[in-house]
Design a protein around this ligand. Structure first.
Ligand SMILES: NC(=O)c1ccc[n+]([C@@H]2O[C@H](COP(=O)([O-])OP(=O)(O)OC[C@H]3O[C@@H](n4cnc5c(N)ncnc54)[C@H](O)[C@@H]3O)[C@@H](O)[C@H]2O)c1
Length: 324
């Protein structure tokens, strides 16, 4: 198999994981890293022996890479992604996709015009537990889903100043609603608050999905322990997925009493699945499992969640974007 020449822009906390995973993938040839921080670049050079740059344009000209992960702060995603696409290079942009719908639309249009692969880092779609929950729902194991309840809590020590917890954490669960149900929510009502961070650091939201399904989201950067939970209540039982403890359980009640079922599951590293899929989409010209359009829609719903919290109103979701 021909290896795809890749690079990572932004080698902070999460970007270092992209670097490591690309270095482990046989489908990737890790060529370079880009960052503004010279100390981080020195470390990358030492650990991975790749070329390092402060400017993405210069890197592309020199290294002739075919794919780049953009793993920088959200406010820089659009500028970097557009530079990458305008040099005809495929791109995976971390979530949240961009800071505004306008930026997100511009990126989606540019990728489409140039027939390039555009993926968004909605990593939960590549999580083995989530993939299994989707399969169980399709098989109707707990009957028709009625309520999806998400908790994604944890301490955030760094002061992320460009976004709040809604665009950082709740956006994962917003995307999961769409992924698991194959449907877009139709309305949202939310509360947010701020204790220790520049932007909102806790939020709750209720989203309605056609077919009488409701979804409850609780997210914060304040909880001392990491909580990652999803409970799907169906007409015939519940599915409980605990991603922090890597446990998936089905509970059902019948005339013989309560039953617990633990489905067999092979846990793969989600980022490895995501980056492998990104490279496959480039090779086979496939639409990514989490596409630019998915990134755009998740961002739109997150913005409406913030609007609801600000106005105290239920917001209808209409998805009226210019033709993509
Ligand atoms: N999918 C996930 O589960 C997941 C997890 C963590 C972070 N993220 C996302 O990854 C992105 C980065 O998060 P992080 O926690 O690694 O942040 P970070 O602050 O640790 O790292 C960002 C890096 O980008 C560099 N940078 C800033 N501007 C740049 C520019 N113009 N060009 C090149 N480099 C630049 C910084 O110097 C820094 O090294 C964010 O969008 C975040 O939401 C996603």
């Amino acid at each position: 198999m021909d290896k795809i020449k890749v690079a990572v822009a932004g080698v902070g906390n999460w970007g270092m994981n992209h670097l490591r995973v690309y270095s482990e993938l046989r489908e990737a040839d890790l060529m370079a890293a880009v960052d503004l921080d010279n100390e981080k670049l020195k470390r990358v050079k030492r650990e991975y022996g790749v070329e390092t740059y402060r400017d993405v344009d210069k890197m592309i000209k020199k290294e002739k890479v075919e794919a780049i992960s953009v793993v920088t702060p959200t406010k820089t995603h659009a500028e970097l992604a557009l530079k990458v696409l305008r040099r005809n290079v495929n791109v995976l942009i971390e979530k949240p996709f961009a800071t505004s719908i306008k930026e997100a639309l511009e990126i989606v249009k540019e990728a489409k015009k140039r027939n390039l692969t555009l993926a968004v880092g909605h990593i939960m779609r590549y999580n083995s537990g989530v993939v299994k929950v989707k399969e169980l729902l399709k098989q109707g194991v707990v009957g028709k889903p009625l309520v999806l309840s998400f908790k994604r809590l944890g301490m955030m020590f760094t002061r992320v100043s460009d976004i709040g917890v809604v665009k950082d954490l709740a956006i994962h669960d917003i995307d999961l609603i769409r992924f698991l149900l194959n449907k877009d929510p139709i309305e949202v009502f939310a509360y947010t608050g701020r204790v220790k961070h520049v932007n909102e650091d806790y939020s709750t939201a209720l989203l309605k999905v056609n077919g009488n399904i409701s979804c409850f989201l609780e997210n914060n950067w304040l909880s001392p322990s990491k909580v990652r939970e999803l409970i799907v209540t169906g007409e015939e039982g519940i599915i409980h997925f605990d991603d922090a403890w890597k446990q998936l359980k089905i509970e059902k009640y019948s005339s013989e009493g309560r039953r617990e079922i633990y489905p067999n599951l092979k846990w793969n590293e989600p980022l490895k699945e995501e980056l492998k899929h990104f490279l496959r989409c480039i090779r086979e010209k496939m639409e990514p499992k989490a596409s630019g359009k998915d990134g755009l829609i998740a961002l739109y719903i997150a913005e409406k969640m913030l609007e609801s919290a600000k106005t105290g109103k239920v917001i209808k979701l209409n998805y009226r974007f210019p033709k993509l």
